[in-house]
Every structure is written in C-alpha cells, then in structure tokens.
Design a binder for this molecule. Structure first.
Ligand code: C2E
Ligand code: MG
Ligand code: MG
Length: 682
C-alpha cells in the first residue's frame, strides 16, 4: 500500500508552446524558463497565491516548442505515448499556413483530454462564445490576450499545472481504489466459492449418512435373504405382545420351525440353490400365514396391537427368520393352547407340496415346536428357547411333526446342568484358556491386533467353544469371575509377548452385557492393567451392539469411563443387533466389526454387498475403522478391499491359535494378502 501512495506525489512542469513566430518562443522562455524564476516580483506573487515556496514548486517549467498546429498535435501524441504528457500548452490563434489555434486546440484536446490549453490571441476576432461553439463547454481552455503580461502568463501556467497534477492524483487514487475494490471482490468471490464447495461436501456427507441410516434401519429389522422380519423385530414385537397378554390375561403361542435334513439338502444342491430354496419356503410360508381363513379359524381376529409398534409389517401374526433354516411364527391372542397345534398341522400340510427351485422339485418337511404363554414360559427368551426344545423333540420323534413343549421333554436341561456344574469348577481346575486370532490391515497385511477367544478344555470332550457355554455362564452369573479372568489373562499374555521382544500389538477382549450390568467393568479393567503393567493403549474391549443396547442408559457413561482409562473400544458383531446410527454416534468406539454373516453372503448376495458397503461408508463417516469378521477366502478380501474395508480377521489369515503359537505369528508382523490387493495398495 505504501508503494502505491508514493505515486500520488505527481509533478508535471512540461509546457508546449505552439506559435509560428519564433520570437514568441523566446518570450515564453524568458517568462517561464529557468531565467523567469529570477523575478522576485513573481516569487512574491506565487507565495501569495500558493503559500511559501516548497522546494520544486518554483522550479522552471520545461518548455518545448512547436511552430505549427499539426506539429503540436504530433508532439502531444508522442509525449503521451512516451508516458511524458504535457501539463499545458500555449497555443497561438493564427499560425499560417497551417490550421488555426482553435482547431489545433480542439484536436489537442481530442488527443489528450487532460491537457490544459491557453489560447493566445492578439485580436478580438474570436470571442469566448465563438470558442465555446467550436470547442464545447470546457474548463481546460483559457484565453490570454496579447501583448502578454508576464505575471498573467506565469499565473495561468501555475494554475493549469496545478490543475493537471491534481486531476492526475485524483485519477491515480481512483485507480488504486478500484484495484482495492477489485481485489477485495475477488477475495470475497473466492471465499464464497470455497464456502459453497464446503457446504456441498457437507450436504453430500449428510445425505450419505441418511442413506446409510435408512439401509441400516432396514437391515436391522429385515432378514437379508428372505426379506422377512428378523430376530430383532420378532423380539421387540414379542415383548409387546407379552406385556399386553399379561395385562389382558390372554394367551399366545410361539411356533419354532426347523426344516428337516436341511444340512443334507444344502450339501446336495449347493449353498446357492439352498438359499434359493429357503427364499421359496419363506414365500410359501408367508402366503399361508397371511391366509386369513387359516388364522381366523383359530385365532381371534380382533387384535388391538398397541399403537407404540411402528415397525412394518406387523400383522396379527408374525413370521420371522432367525437364521439358517430356523423360522418362528408368533400367534398372538390364541383362544386356547390347541389353536397353535392346528396352525402347525396346516403348515406341515402346506409343505407337502413340492417346491420348485432351479428346475428341480424338492419336498421339504419341517419339525415344529410350540410354546404357549402363560404355560410354557414367562419371558420372550424362555418361550423361544422352549419352543426350540419342543422342535428338537419333534425331530427326535421322527421329524415332519409338531410337538408342544413340556417341562419333561427338556433333555437339554440335563445337558445344561452338566455344563453348568463343570463350568463352576473350570476356573479352579485351570481348564480355561485363551486362544488368539490376528486382525490384519487389508492394504498392507500388517497385524494390527489380536482377539482373545475363550476356550474350555474338557478332558473328555476336548475344547468346548464359547457358543456352548457363554450363555450358561451369563445366566448363572459365572461370567463375572470368568470375564475378569479373561481380561487379566489377556493383559498378562500381551505383556509376556512384549517382554519377549515381540512387536507390541493391541489385544482385544470380549465382554458380555452381564459384565456391564453387574460388574464395575472400568474397575476390573483398571485393576488388570495395574496388575500386569500393560499399556492401556494395547487393550481393546469388544462389546456387541446387543450388549450396549441392553444397558442403554448407563452404556455411554460406562464406555466413557473405560475410554478414560486409555483403552480402546470396538463394536462386535455389527449388523446382528440394534444397529441404530443415533446410538453409534454417541458411543466412544473406534472400530466397528462387521458380523461374519455379512461376509459369508458377500459374494453370493448383491443386497448383502450393498449393505456391507453402506456399513463401511457409514463407519468411515463416523471416523471409525471397519473390520470384517470371518473372512475365509481371497475373493472375499478382494471384494472387501473394493468396498473400502480397512481390516479383516478370519480363517483366511489364521484360525485362533494358542498363546504359545502366537509369538511365531507376531514375529512375522505381516500376513500375505491376495496379490491383486497388494498391487492396488502400491
Ligand atoms: P466373536 O467375538 O465374534 O469372535 C469371532 C468368532 O468367529 C470366534 O468364534 C472365531 O473363532 C470365529 N471365527 C474367526 N474367523 C472365522 C472364520 O473365518 N470363519 C468362521 N466360520 N468363524 C470364524 P468363537 O471363538 O467360537 O467365539 C464365539 C463367540 O463367543 C465370540 O464371537 C464372542 O462373542 C464369544 N466369546 C469368545 N470369547 C469370549 C470371552 O472371553 N468373553 C465373552 N463374553 N464372550 C466371548
Ligand atoms: Mg469379538
Ligand atoms: Mg464378532
């Protein structure tokens, strides 16, 4: 800015004298040239007019001469072109043989509109009015009558010079202002464009979030394969039906349907065809279940489901798929226990018709177990479990039949009792151990963590998988000491490996909802960290969605407390429980583990892969890492990499290994990823 301001000190003392008489040029030289300044009389006048003389102010004018109008015009044009314009010109009115002073003036003004002009006239042949007629109204032209009064000449010269300088200063200032305004406008425009781009990006992210949200909601309530209500919808609905049945003292029934020999069918016709068959069966069953005549025959029609249920589709009965070949029918408001049996036999009858899939007719039979409220259970879990037990019994009786639940038939309860007794002694007997499965970054193959998985070593049965005993441990509360043992053991192993000089890798531990509810988990974790000396950053706690949701109100607080210890949190089995985005946002988790059921259907089912993609992008929008569980082959990895998944875990990389086998894995640091992926990563 300072550099610009300096330009305002404009000076121009250049004067052009235009006259055909050479003597006149000498006169002007005398008056305005260097010698002219010796006139003390003029100095005094100048001081009077413009104040005390500032240094260059009284310098001589720089005079140049032209003898004809045409020549003057050329000089003015050249001076302008060279960037050295004249401030003013004295123009004689008569200059034979060339053009006269008036025309010269007009053309000079046309050439340089800034130029000040003094027309010198010895005669009164041109009046002011005449000049105005030719030159138009102008304040740039003055008239000087001959013979010249030197004082008047200097006065005119000074006045016009000042005027020129002032006009130029104003013009420069205007130019700077315009530049400034332009620059500022450009800045504002650029800022505007940037803001608009940012707004658009935000808009896009929000929209994506909403889309994922919608997809996740759909997937939360619908079975991916058949489109039927899933376990979650069934559970929610059952809870409401149960509450209402209690209030109104009504009855309802749960039918557990399992197709016979489905594993055999699966192995025979192949996984894909078996999926197709399941879809057909689901369709066929839902046709039947929705048949009013079947239901109205046995079931009260006046069903008044409470208004709080908003999930579609809710009819008076609900057919849902739990997974695999297991379906459940809920019959609300049965008049009596026997209504359910009639529906079950109609279902079995309906299934006698062959189902056509992939150009084959297949006859599928089913076994159905029935549990009714209030006789066979007081909670949703018990009712489903008992219907399952009854179904199992029907199978043992020769299949293709239905069975009502009865307490005696519960063979499983004996088995369960045995397990429970054994489990109580497992810790003391040191029969529990942890196996570990590596978690691998897809881009690099780097081992970024390992999950501790609990095993129960039985002298007779070998390793018992957690699926078989965790729920018993939860029901009996044994999960509390077992869970604490797991956390301690996992930390201890991690420290051991580090001491052995292996690269430090975070270890993930699964915790159950019961631990959240009944144990001070943050305290247990912090004790384990203190006892083993493990860096908290190397401990990750895996919680399932269902666990979080079951302790809703306190969940955020407990999770925050855990985070405050410095450990990280992951959401396990994502997609199988309450996948509410609004909840996800509130939890301080850093990784989301996509459930194995998505990965196993990734390549065979288009819907699954789009849902998986939606989950991954949602995960990224929330700033979390997406890990795929149960990856078993290279094709799945390639697909996951394409969908943008960050990491994976599964048999493809390694099955869970013992703590003794783990160091060898860790030492490798990286596990091979499929070559195409490696090429992309580069
Ligand atoms: P999870 O946390 O989702 O663990 C992953 C399960 O998938 C493990 O089963 C693992 O062996 C299995 N798996 C890993 N890769 C593959 C694969 O490529 N294909 C297939 N088909 N399966 C794979 P696991 O060890 O039987 O554990 C089952 C579940 O039991 C775990 O699921 C977890 O929810 C629970 N669990 C395990 N250990 C503990 C524990 O210490 N505490 C609690 N509360 N639960 C545990
Ligand atoms: Mg887990
Ligand atoms: Mg899992």
């Amino acid at each position: 800015m300072a550099a610009v301001m300096r330009r305002y000190g404009v000076q121009n003392r250049r004067v052009l004298v235009v006259d055909d008489n050479r003597a006149i040029h000498d006169d002007f030289n005398e008056i305005l040239g260097a010698s002219g300044n010796e006139h003390s009389e003029l100095d005094a006048l100048h001081a009077e007019l413009f104040g005390p003389p500032a240094e260059p102010e009284l310098d001589a004018f720089e005079l140049e001469s032209a003898y004809q109008g045409e020549e003057a015009i050329e000089r003015v044009r050249d001076a302008l072109g060279a960037g050295r314009p004249y401030a003013l010109a004295f123009v004689d009115i008569r200059m034979p043989p060339g053009i006269d002073g008036i025309e010269t003036t007009a053309r000079l003004l046309a050439e340089d509109p800034e130029l000040g002009i003094v027309i010198c006239s010895a005669y009164s042949d041109y009046s002011w009015e005449d000049m105005v007629k030719t030159l138009g109204q102008t304040d740039r032209v003055l008239i000087l009558k001959k013979p010249f009064d030197p004082v008047e000449v200097r006065q005119l010269a000074h006045a016009l010079q000042k005027r020129w300088e002032l006009a130029r200063t104003v013009a420069l200032r205007m130019e700077d202002l315009t530049d400034m305004v332009d620059a500022r406008t450009r800045e504002l425009e650029e800022a505007n464009v940037k803001l608009e781009l940012e707004a658009a990006a935000r808009e896009e992210a929000l929209q994506k979030l909403e889309e994922s949200n919608a997809q996740v909601t759909a997937l939360a309530y619908q079975d991916g394969l058949t489109g039927l209500p899933n376990r979650r919808l069934l559970n929610e609905h059952l809870e409401k039906v149960l509450a209402r049945a209690r209030r109104k003292s009504t009855e309802f029934a749960v039918l557990f349907i399992d197709f016979d020999n489905f594993k055999l069918i699966n192995d025979t016709i192949g996984h894909q065809a078996a999926d197709g068959l399941l879809k057909e069966l689901a369709k066929s069953l839902s046709d039947l279940i929705r048949l009013d005549e079947v239901l109205t025959q046995y079931v009260d029609t006046e069903v008044d489901l409470d208004a709080t249920i908003t999930v579609e589709p809710i009819t008076d009965s609900v057919l849902s798929r739990l997974g695999g070949d297991e379906f459940v029918v809920l019959l609300p408001d049965t008049r009596d226990r026997f209504a359910a049996g009639s529906v079950a036999s109609r279902i079995l009858q309906h299934l006698e018709r062959p189902i056509r899939t992939q150009d084959r007719d297949i006859v599928v039979t089913a076994s159905i177990g029935i549990a009714t409220f209030p006789e066979d259970g007081q909670s949703v879990d018990t009712l489903i479990r008992n219907a399952d037990t009854a179904m199992y019994h029907a199978k043992q009786q020769g299949k293709a039949a239905y069975q009502y639940y009865s307490a005696e038939m519960n063979a499983a309860s004996v088995e369960r009792l045995t397990l429970e007794t054994g489990l109580r002694r497992a810790i003391e007997d040191e029969a529990l151990e942890l196996h570990f499965q590596p978690q691998v970054e897809l881009g690099s193959g780097r081992i970024i963590g390992c999950e501790a998985l609990l095993r129960w070593r039985d002298p007779v049965r070998g390793y018992i998988a957690p699926a078989e005993f965790i729920h018993i441990a939860e029901d009996t509360g044994l999960i509390l000491p077992i869970g604490e043992w797991v956390i301690n053991r996992a930390c201890a192993h991690a420290v051991e490996w580090q001491r052995a000089g292996l690269p430090p890798v975070p270890v993930s531990v699964n915790v159950s909802a019961v631990q959240f509810r009944r144990q001070n988990l943050p305290e247990v974790v912090s004790r384990a960290l203190a006892a083993t000396g493990l860096d908290p950053a190397l401990l990750d706690i895996e919680i399932t969605e269902t666990a979080i949701m079951s302790v809703r109100a306190r969940a955020v607080e407990s999770l925050e407390e855990l985070r405050a210890l410095g450990v990280t949190l992951s959401l396990d089995d994502f997609g199988t429980g309450y996948s509410s985005l609004s909840y996800l946002k509130r939890f301080p988790i850093s990784m989301l583990k996509i459930d194995r059921s998505f990965i196993s259907e990734l390549l065979s089912d288009g819907a699954t892969s789009s849902i998986t993609e939606a989950i991954i992008s949602m995960t990224h929008i929330l700033g979390l890492t997406a890990l795929a569980e149960g990856v078993e082959n290279a094709a799945q990895i390639e697909m996951l990499a394409r969908l943008g998944c960050d990491a994976a875990q599964g048999f493809f990389f390694s099955a869970p290994v013992t703590a003794e086998e783990m160091p060898a894995l860790l030492r490798r640091r990286r596990l091979p990823v499929p070559p195409t992926r490696a090429a992309v990563a580069k």
